[in-house]
Design a protein around this ligand. Sequence first.
Ligand SMILES: [Zn+2]
Ligand SMILES: [Zn+2]
Length: 371
Amino acid sequence: MAATGHDYYELLGVARDADETAIKKAFRRLARQLHPDVSSEPDAEVRFREVTEAYEVLSNSETRALYDRYGHAGLRSGGFTPTHFDMGGLSDLFSAFFGEDIFGGRGTGRARGADVGAEIEIELVDAARGKTVSVPFEVAVDCGTCRGSGVEPGTQPVQCRRCEGSGRLHQVSRSVFGEFVRAQPCPDCRGTGRIVEHPCAVCRGGGRVVESREVEVEVPAGIHDGQRIRLTGKGHAGSLGGRAGDVYVLVHVKPDPRFVREGNDVYSQVDLTIVEAALGVTKVVDTIDGSVDLELPAGVQPGEVRVLKGKGMPVLQGFGRGDHRVLVSVAVPRRLNDEQRRALEAFEAASDEDTYRHDESFFEKLKSAFH
Ligand SMILES: [Zn+2]
Ligand SMILES: [Zn+2]
């Protein structure tokens, strides 16, 4: 008796004239999506059974012909019964059928250890030079007392009665895919074939303990905020000899209030008074290499940018460095006393067009034409 009254083609989302390949493809896609082990939708199991039934009928030319002519009633009179299967451990069947594990290699045995995340914060100037930083983190490692076995030293595990020490249970199942002998890990001993009656007191039988570690990390020059450094094999220990996971160190580069970083370039600002700008001045300017003297000629204008070539951040894992661009800012006096006011008024009276004329040389004209 069919479990669903829904249209099989609609359930699989295929056209009535879909060929075998298209039907298989559609089922495969839906099976991945709806399998109760991976789907969190509440009706996933019901829908999974429905699409499996639809696939069972449409993948067989006899039942498909019957269904095409007479619908669900035709199948009933033809004596069709959809397979009933247990929902647990279906991935074995899928892998036999599709030739791969569609749920991505679960199972027991040797496994790679999990990755560990860690974070560090460094100054921008350290990001420019590169720095060695101590990074503390915690990892799960094999328990030293029982050497990862979980068994209290001096005692022995006993053979699992359920699987008689084989670690696997064999089960024959009939399904849409045919008949399979399925070997599943024994749930009592979790596939080990042994039962630990006296677990290790240190790790409580888990075989793992948490260990604090501190590793020196070479932060490369030119690193950007938010980049990660991978420490291969420094993460959690693998199980049954599987390799250890990795540690990913997230690097925060602290903003430096003196600078703005943009890619490999660094920007900063130099503040002049109107008098300094008018008379010319030498200013001490901070760069990531330290301070430098910056000569600003008489008549330098607000908004001008002085480029210190190659004084920016180094290119990460590359050659050369970005530039340091210094933006010229000129402050206009906000409050004047009488004496200052008279001086400025006298200055203004003595000024003419020539005082503010921009002496643009031919070269400067050429440059501005390209901006
Ligand atoms: Zn067992
Ligand atoms: Zn232990």
